[in-house]
Design a binder for this molecule. Structure first.
Ligand code: CP
Length: 305
């Protein structure tokens, strides 16, 4: 039995198989319509979500399975003090696979250690968000045709942004990737990530201004300033509009640069960018369903001929 806690839990070869399966699902949805008949997915979300939870639910329903779970910890027995370990033991009696989001780093890992069904980390605090990374990688591979040899700018809240941390971790395994981290000083990428890049001799720059580096980028990964991770409102208010990607900035970028964003967005991408053909963030959501369908099939060891 396998869990997914971190994008590195899958080798590059296993990811390639997962993405090939996602491609086949996209092209032949009907073929997979009954693949999970009789199987249940539990979505245990201790933190708010729109995309991840509903994308998992849509994925299981597209596969002919069913879904149980909670989207608000206050409506579950956690509000009475039940531990994550006990909750997953109970969920294991009801479901075949579980997607868990938690505000505490490592909580899905604790659940996995006590679980008798596969557990998928659907985002743990400011730590990792592996299925967002699978979504991001599938989007890049589908729209750029490759996962190597590009310069990617990651912009915004790189301190708390778990999607950025997971994506950097995953991309370092591909050839020829150059990172440009664009953030205010207060929200710089953590040292453990830059230390890892130094150790692997992977080129990176840290800058504050977005305009200057726009022409250098093949991909721009925008992120939201994470209000829920700030300790005081004043800091959040000061930093929340630090970057706003608008049509004027997009004019500085290459004609084939792609803009990605895990969403939700707040102000960091102006709505005027949405109609730019380089805006890929809503397509990204669709790829998220295909890759989660592929992931559920893979973790449940279900093959479809
Ligand atoms: N990208 C993402 O994790 O979105 P949600 O918080 O809506 O799930």
């Amino acid at each position: 039995m396998r869990h997914l806690m971190n994008p590195l839990d899958f080798s590059v070869e296993e990811l390639e198989r997962l993405f090939n399966l996602a491609d086949d699902i996209e092209a032949n949805m009907d073929k997979y319509a009954h693949a999970c008949q009789g199987k249940k997915l539990a979505t245990c979300f201790y933190e708010p979500s729109t995309r991840t939870r509903l994308s998992f639910e849509a994925a299981m329903l597209n596969l002919g399975g069913s879904v149980i779970g909670f989207s608000d910890a206050s409506s579950s027995s956690v509000s009475k003090g039940e531990s994550v370990s006990d909750t997953i033991r109970v969920i294991s009696c009801f479901a075949d696979i579980c997607a868990m989001r938690h505000h505490k780093e490592g909580a899905p890992m604790v659940a996995a250690s006590k679980s008798s069904i596969p557990v998928i980390n659907a985002g743990d605090g400011g730590h990792q968000h592996p299925t967002q990374t699978l979504t991001d990688l599938l989007t890049i591979r589908s729209l750029k045709g490759r996962l190597d040899h590009f310069t990617i700018g990651l912009c915004g809240d790189l301190k708390f942004g778990r999607t950025a941390h997971s994506l950097v971790n995953a991309l370092v395994r591909y050839e020829g990737i150059r990172f440009i981290f664009i953030s205010p000083r207060e929200l710089m990428i953590p040292d453990y990530i830059t230390d890892m890049l130094k150790e692997k001799n992977i080129p990176y720059e840290e800058v504050i201004r977005l305009d200057d580096i726009m022409p250098k980028l093949d991909l721009l990964y925008m992120t939201r300033v994470q209000k829920e991770r700030f300790f005081n409102e004043e800091d959040y208010v000061r930093l929340k509009d630090f970057y706003i990607l608008d049509a004027a900035k997009m004019r500085l970028a290459a004609p084939d640069m792609l803009v990605l964003h895990p969403l939700p967005r707040v102000n960091e991408i102006s709505v005027e960018v949405d109609n730019d053909p380089r805006a890929a963030y809503f397509k990204q959501v669709q790829y998220g369903v295909y890759v989660r369908m592929a992931l559920i099939l893979t973790l449940l060891n279900i093959t479809v001929d």
